[in-house]
Design a protein around this ligand. Sequence first.
Ligand SMILES: NC(=O)C1=CN([C@@H]2O[C@H](COP(=O)(O)OP(=O)(O)OC[C@H]3O[C@@H](n4cnc5c(N)ncnc54)[C@H](OP(=O)(O)O)[C@@H]3O)[C@@H](O)[C@H]2O)[C@@H](O)CC1
Ligand SMILES: [K+]
Length: 450
Amino acid sequence: MTVPADAPILTAAAMREAEAACAAAGVSLAELMERAGAAVADIVWRMAAGAPILILCGPGNNGGDGYVAARLLRVRGAEVRVAALGEPKTDLAKAARAAWTGEVEAFDERTAPAPIVVDALFGAGLSRRLSDDLAGLLARFAGRRVVAVDLPSGIESDGGEAWMPPLPAHVTVALGALKPAHLLLPTAPACGRTLLASIGIDAARTMRTLPPPPLPTGDPAAHKYSRGMVLVVAGPMAGAAELAAGAALRAGAGYVVLDGAGRAPLSAVICDDGDALAERAADPRLGAIVVGPGFPAGEGLTRSLDVALGSGKPLVLDAAAIAAGLTALASGERRAILTPHEGEFARSFPATGGSKIDRTLAAARQSRAVVVHKGADTVIAAPDGRVVAAWPGCPWLASAGTGDVLAGACGAMLARGGDAFEAAVAAVGWHIDRAARIGPGLVADDLIGK
Ligand SMILES: NC(=O)C1=CN([C@@H]2O[C@H](COP(=O)(O)OP(=O)(O)OC[C@H]3O[C@@H](n4cnc5c(N)ncnc54)[C@H](OP(=O)(O)O)[C@@H]3O)[C@@H](O)[C@H]2O)[C@@H](O)CC1
Ligand SMILES: [K+]
């Protein structure tokens, strides 16, 4: 499962606006459909490598893309059949159907499969769950190599509803931009490998997929404090804070202090016994404070959090510190990153609704902080509306302690200075990249090893 890096994401409503802007700029919707069909035909041609192709066409413009692809594949000499769910209903799809000079079979239980199946039944216009009859028809094609046009049929574009398809795709050709459903659970795995055919749509850059990890560039004039100084406040379960402190160093901080309980996870981490927290927090060289890993709610957390909040320093709040710090954060301006997993998110932001992207954006606006909503489909949102969706992450990160490592990495990136959202994006990218290099068998400690 892969998605293109740093690619635009549009909701269905934003897609309609982008389409309208294209039309206003002189690119007709018919031209966009021709480009979409050509992009699909190109990918299917290469995948089929001479094998017979069956294209399933629906009643809307998704089906229209299918008819265009069928025509262009036949021109190239491919062996193509088309099976349709009735006659096309839109003018564009009718025109595409008319330009296809081959036979159109009815799509029903008698439709014979082919090694390559192109799913052009429903895309962004899906308005309800597939009927059981239709789901049953599609299920007959499970195990074939399926190319989905724009979205696997049955998936709702904005990812708010889990209308799961019975027919997962090997490859999904996203048209114009990626859609939230390509990047959020539970729908994203059904898209297989998602490719983007930009077809000339000018998509806004506000929402995008995770950029590739930047090439490491060392500042030849750097010293340990200019690289970023991070203070990690340890609670009773010191192992979590130790992981965060080690991660801060590995993610590029020049100087890391572990305050409270705990031992240095790496020799270079400076340990304090917790008596001088206020003094440490007031250090003018300090670039970020991390509070929360291994620190359950209670008086100890409240005291430490008060010191961290009172220092005015950029903050990373994780675990119980998120809910405990919300009110103070929302009442002021500061660079802050919150790193909740789903349970912590639900406790801290119970009133948010919609897709994971909608909910994370609402949480960022409410808290006035950057929110890294962790999970296999991590979403990062800023109060100003920027979003990065980090699907597919790395499966080896699904183990204890990796969230503490991410909090420490956020601290390192934040301590460098600059924009908190970009710091969070860099930290998530670092975390996934490091995990992918380690691979199966990963434990959180490996992420802070050599
Ligand atoms: N954006 C772009 O720039 C471009 C977009 N393009 C393409 O257009 C696609 C969007 O096209 P679209 O809006 O016509 O919707 P589409 O997905 O074909 O489905 C609508 C039809 O399905 C029906 N229907 C819905 N749900 C159903 C259900 N559960 N079960 C049964 N029927 C159901 C619905 O019927 P109704 O709900 O009205 O009863 C209607 O007839 C987009 O994904 C991309 O492929 C490209 O061509 C060019 C550039
Ligand atoms: K489709």
